[in-house]
Design a protein around this ligand. Structure first.
Ligand code: GLC
Length: 601
């Protein structure tokens, strides 16, 4: 039955092309070969299926190898650090062979089947994956499938004029078609890489480059491209990759007259990849990176009959957390998270507070209006707040992709600096340091307790500050995302066991939250979640389907909530906070200290 579905999708996309049958047969062979060559050790694991990601024990961390350990050999020595925190899934940021120097943080791949030599080689990586498996840790890598670097073998052959390879990209002799596309195609990097097409004089061709000029978009209208990418995915699955982070998937299919994002054909491509991965590596899952409107994001879970990604980034939650911190008002978060999107069974969010990218303010404008605010002005407030422009803003960050014409921008900065730690330390303001630490823990308390898989951005667990050094690097200085992509400071990490240090306090508390989550089935990632009104606009409340209730104060002032607002949510008279151990009597009003949060059972 699965095979029929794959074939159906394939023919729906490529059936009109004369070579569809032949290409489909080639794809079948790719799948069969991959199945045959899968190692015994991995096959043993496959028998257990891929529902491991639903467990409360799954807790992720994303890291750049160069920043974290330098290379794979050193990484091996650091596995204990990750395990000490309780991490069970490591997302290695791009580590495949990229173009030299300027490569968009590794998202310009030259060879999908080689590890960048600065990190080591495939054999070493395979050993590490197997070692991680033995420790119960899953491995995730980025699969940058929308584009290759312009130095990829296919691109080089295209450059030489080989038609077969030119057809793998979107290349045009004149600017007629590019101009037609540009009419409706928004720019991804309007400031640092404006426009979507680049003209190459040496080839006399216009090429689609939605991201940077050196990232050439693949042409998925050509079945050969799909086959090649599917083959690469199978080979990577066979080295033991458990989670494929499908990079920038909304962009994979382009049509003139559309915004070239989230088109129905993209969903067919993702469904086909899902079927193929399911056949070759039944224990592996797909994580989609689709940072688009919430109603479009959820579509990447697929439907009951045909799944797409098992997990997706919960970009809305991330943005709403930062919105709530700046405004001390959780109403937008509460109402936005309660919008009920239909998703197939076992769809799981990855909840994160920071990642390697900017914070883009994709908020529900209708709800902002309902709350009596102006969406434009509200966004302006957030942008300026996290740049640290206001005197009473605790954050220090930078703008990303600021557009002078529209005043639009996104924000960059590390979690700790955006939470106020950098400013407080600079001003030698001990009370502000304490508040910043509370904010950092509050955000972790939310992503670790909320329904889904928590994902920690390496370094946040020890309060890493902004990396201003990037401004000295000519290749990085134009892209403020490097502000939060600094080196992991092992000297600071060494303080994690030292009482009285910020690093120690943060690390031990995050560790405790992770351990608490892992010990209790209250936190399984696939349970339902409902946010409720606490009748206090600074206090966020949610309850999950397993009976966990969370209350969180998003302001620096003490807040009280009336017991009536939670009474109807449980039959119990008292609830216990799983982290502090204290008992909350539900016949009295509940008092929360500055940024205090409770995980109640
Ligand atoms: C994803 C990555 C981002 C990169 C882009 C292009 O969005 O997260 O860092 O710039 O893809 O590959």
């Amino acid at each position: 039955m699965r095979e029929g579905t794959l074939k159906e999708f394939y023919f729906e996309l490529y059936g009109k092309q004369g070579n569809a049958e032949q290409k489909y047969q080639e794809l079948r062979e790719i799948i069969e070969t991959a199945k045959q060559s899968r190692k015994k050790e991995l096959k043993q694991n496959d028998v257990k299926g891929n529902d491991w990601y639903l467990s409360e024990k799954t807790v992720g961390m994303m890291l750049y190898l160069d920043n974290f350990s330098g290379d794979l050999a050193e990484f091996e020595k650091k596995i204990n650090y990750i395990a000490e925190l309780g991490i069970t899934y490591v997302h290695f940021m791009p580590l495949l062979k990229t173009r030299d120097k300027n490569n968009d943080g590794g998202y310009a791949v030259v060879d999908y089947l080689k590890i960048h030599e600065k990190f080591g080689d495939m054999e070493q990586f395979e050993k590490i994956i197997s070692k991680l498996h033995k420790k119960g840790i899953h491995t995730c890598i980025d699969f940058v499938l929308n584009h290759t670097a312009k130095e990829h073998e296919w691109a080089l052959k295209a450059k030489k004029g080989e038609k077969e390879f030119q057809d793998m990209y979107m290349m045009y002799d004149t600017d007629y078609i590019p101009n037609e596309f540009e009419k409706t195609m928004p720019e991804v990097f309007p400031l640092v890489a404006p426009k979507n097409f680049t003209y190459y004089d040496e080839m006399k061709k216009w090429i689609l480059t939605s991201f940077y000029e050196f990232q050439w978009d693949l042409n998925y209208k050509n079945p050969e491209v799909f086959n090649k990418i599917a083959e690469i995915m199978c080979k990577l699955a066979n080295i033991g990759i458990d989670i494929f982070r499908l990079d920038a998937i909304p962009f994979m299919w382009k049509e003139i007259g559309t915004n070239c994002r989230n088109l129905p054909q993209v969903h067919m491509l993702v469904k086909m990849l899902h079927i193929i991965l399911g056949e070759v590596a039944p224990s592996a899952i797909m994580k989609g990176e689709a940072i688009v409107e919430p109603k479009e994001i959820v579509k990447y879970f697929g439907d009951e009959e045909n799944r797409e990604c098992e997990v997706l980034y919960n970009a809305s939650f991330m943005v709403l957390l930062w919105n709530s911190l700046a405004t001390k008002d959780v109403r937008l978060m509460q109402r936005s998270l309660n919008i009920n999107y239909q998703t197939p069974k076992n769809s799981v969010w990855v909840n994160y507070a920071r990642c390697h990218d900017d914070i883009g303010w994709g908020l529900e404008e209708n709800i902002i209006r309902e709350l009596g605010m102006d969406p434009f002005l509200h966004k302006q407030f957030l942008i300026n707040f996290y740049e640290g422009k206001y005197k009473d803003s605790f954050a220090i960050g930078e703008l990303y992709e600021f557009d002078e014409k529209t005043m639009d921008a996104r924000n960059s900065g590390t979690l700790a600096s955006l939470c106020g730690l950098e400013k407080a330390l600079k001003e030698k303001n001990q009370y502000a340091v304490e508040l910043a630490v509370k904010r950092i823990l509050l955000l972790h308390g939310m992503i670790i307790a909320y329904t889904g898989i928590p994902m920690i951005y390496s370094g946040d667990e020890i309060g890493t500050l902004n990396n201003w050094e990037y401004k000295q690097d000519s290749e990085k200085k134009q892209d403020s995302r490097w502000l939060h992509r600094g080196k992991f400071d092992w000297d600071k990490a060494a303080l994690r066991k030292q009482y009285g240090t910020i690093e120690g306090y943060l690390f031990q508390n995050v560790k405790k939250m992770i351990a608490t989550r892992k010990e209790s089935t209250l936190f399984s990632s696939d349970t339902t979640v409902q946010c409720f009104d606490t009748w206090n606009q600074s206090v966020f409340g949610f309850k999950n389907g397993n009976g966990l209730m969370v209350l969180a104060n998003f302001s620096e002032f003490q807040q009280a909530i009336c017991c009536e607002s939670v009474k109807g949510l449980t039959e119990k008279k008292e609830l216990t906070d799983l982290l502090q151990g204290k008992t909350i009597n539900l016949s009295e009003n509940i008092i929360l200290g500055p940024y205090e949060f409770l995980w109640l059972q």
